[in-house]
Design a protein around this ligand. Structure first.
Ligand code: AMP
Length: 223
């Protein structure tokens, strides 16, 4: 099962990806998380991308494409994966196809900008695992503490309002064209399904819809 979560920053892709990993045991490929790890580990890649990410801009396509190519060829991705935050441009989407990778399911989690701006100010993450919480909508059991490890949660440096607005405008300009790209694909290719989900619903409601979609695809692919 190769699936992709598409949506603007803060739409809930990371939260839903976490659910899919746990429920279906499908590995997640989050380019944002890979880049944040590179920054944290002070690698050459991390040095190169830190400023770009802090400004809320996109990392150059070639860097991202190489990163994903390498990750996809690892053994745990043999039976499928969830793409979270990739592809983010048409060039990246085309590169994926050129690799012979066709997605079974693309889910757009759609949320209006104003809701995103309100949401992002309360977002908290556990850096080591990428687990996402929210002060109001998805609070950890204990304030500012990861539920599983008990380690502290942090606010991402690119989750402040000014950077969020910049990331939203880049999303509309560079990533939103992928909605049309995958919509078209799903009308011309029966093996590729595109679904839009209302991302303003509760985390549990969205989870249920994603769960049902994955079960449907699994059944269709096996039949
Ligand atoms: P995310 O965690 O997906 O919100 O990504 C955080 C930041 O990482 C983005 O604002 C970009 O600077 C960078 N990034 C992540 N994925 C990509 C991608 N596919 N293409 C370009 N930049 C990316």
């Amino acid at each position: 099962m190769k699936l992709m979560l598409l949506g603007c920053p803060g739409a809930g892709k990371g939260t839903q990806a976490q659910y899919i990993i746990d429920a279906f045991n499908i590995p997640q490929i989050s380019t944002g998380e890979m880049l944040r790890n590179a920054i944290q580990n002070k690698t050459a890649l991390g040095e190169k991308v830190k400023l770009i990410m802090d400004k809320g801009e996109l990392v150059p396509d070639d860097i991202i494409i190489d990163l994903v190519k390498a990750r996809i060829s690892e053994p745990d991705c043999l039976n499928g994966f969830i793409l979270d935050g990739f592809p983010r441009t048409l060039k990246q989407a085309n590169a994926l196809e050129q690799q012979g990778i066709n997605l079974d399911l693309v889910i757009e989690i759609a949320v209006p900008d104003q809701v995103i701006i309100e949401r992002m100010s309360g977002r908290l993450i556990h850096p080591a695992s990428g687990r996402v919480f929210h002060k109001v909508y998805n609070p950890p059991k204990e304030a500012n503490t990861d539920d599983i490890t008990g380690e502290p949660l942090i606010q991402r440096s690119d989750d402040n309002e000014e950077t969020v607005r910049q990331r939203l405008s880049i999303y509309h300009e560079q990533t939103e064209p992928l909605v049309t790209f995958y919509q078209h694909k799903s009308t011309s290719d029966i093996n590729s399904i595109f679904k839009k989900i209302d991302g303003t619903q509760t985390v549990a409601e969205i989870q249920k819809q994603i769960h049902d979609l994955i079960l449907y695809i699994k059944k269709e692919k096996i039949a």
